[in-house]
Design a binder for this molecule. Structure first.
Ligand code: ATP
Ligand code: MG
Length: 300
């Protein structure tokens, strides 16, 4: 499928995949597609950074290639490596058969190449250029970032034994970061940037309805109002949208019709993942937040 020709087109495409985004994010996505620039998304955990890459790849019918970053990630895990074991077997077989002429070229042929995400993304794919998701970039280290900068600037990979592999059409690149450290300016400069914030009540309700339509409208409203209120509290780790959806599904599984302080106390582990935060909400706190949340719901 071709890329949408307008911001509204991007929003519709994403909505069809159950992804609800605000104007800022859809504009950034549209421009990234239109200008062929990588999109760099930063934001808290569970606000839909990874999900948008999945939604756009599904919506456009493009292959999603994901590079999950971690400390110590290097080129052999990100770009390519030679299949050493297979090369050894071929070598032994050639030696045994006495056919070692031109062996070096045979051993460094494409059949012994293990392609990792960055190289896969340079290859032509059915349906058009793939979506390359470079997820949680803040977990890698500076040398890998510098390497990535080069790969993203010319979309080509050079393998000494095989030569340069050039992408016929640059992939659609989405980078995400939880901002556990600052990503270098040089890399950011290559990208369009968008900070993905927690959604407001209306949008979060839309997301929940899209992702968990089986939860009743009333319970969905209460859950979202409570989570929104919870985010204003002084917590070590605020709940993301992912937690809202999880919690609503848990409540549904327990046949809960409406929120009460008891139900909240029993299911808090779906929303808060740190004991300090959970213990803060024991006793009258949950009741107070629930009352505030319900009061905020009243005028609607
Ligand atoms: N705008 C949205 N529309 C639809 N679903 C959403 C949206 N935002 C979040 N979600 C839901 O929340 C879940 C978590 O989102 P996602 O994994 O993209 O978060 P993230 O920002 O990548 O978090 P992390 O930093 O922890 O990786 C998704 O599986 C999706 O169901
Ligand atoms: Mg993610």
């Amino acid at each position: 499928m071709q890329i949408p020709q307008s911001i509204d087109g991007v929003e519709t495409l994403l909505e069809e995949q159950g992804y609800v985004c605000g104007r800022g994010l859809s504009t950034a996505m549209f421009l990234a597609l239109r200008l062929g620039r990588p999109l760099f998304l930063e934001g808290e955990a569970g606000v839909g950074k990874t999900e948008i890459a999945k939604a756009i790849s599904k919506g456009l019918g493009r292959k999603l290639i994901r590079l999950q970053c971690y400390e110590g990630l290097d080129a052999s895990s990100a770009v390519y490596e030679w299949n050493f074991a297979a090369q050894m077997i071929a070598l032994r077989a050639a030696e045994a058969g006495g056919t070692t002429d031109g062996l070096k070229d045979q051993l460094f042929a494409e059949e012994f190449l293990i392609e990792r995400p960055l190289l896969q993304a340079m290859r032509p794919q059915e349906g058009g250029a793939p979506v390359l998701l470079i997820d949680e970039l803040d977990r890698t280290d500076a040398p890998f970032e510098a390497f990535l900068l080069e790969a993203l600037s010319d979309f080509q990979v050079t393998i000494p034994e095989l030569g340069a592999i050039i992408a016929p059409e640059p992939p659609i690149v989405i980078l995400t970061s939880n901002r556990t450290r600052e990503v270098h300016d040089a890399l950011k400069r290559r990208c369009l940037y968008h900070w993905v914030d927690y959604p407001d009540f209306t949008r979060e309700l839309e997301i929940l309805t899209a992702q968990a339509p089986e939860v009743s409208a009333q319970l969905s409203r209460e859950v979202v109002a409570f989570v929104q209120q919870l985010r204003t509290e002084d917590l070590f780790k605020k709940p993301g949208v992912a937690e809202t959806i999880d919690w609503a599904k848990c409540l549904l599984a327990l046949d809960v019709v409406t929120l009460s302080p008891e139900v909240i106390a029993d299911t808090l582990g779906a929303v808060l993942k740190y004991q300090d935060d959970i213990s803060k909400l024991q006793g009258s706190e949950a009741k107070r937040i629930l009352e505030e949340a319900k009061a905020a719901l009243e005028p609607a």
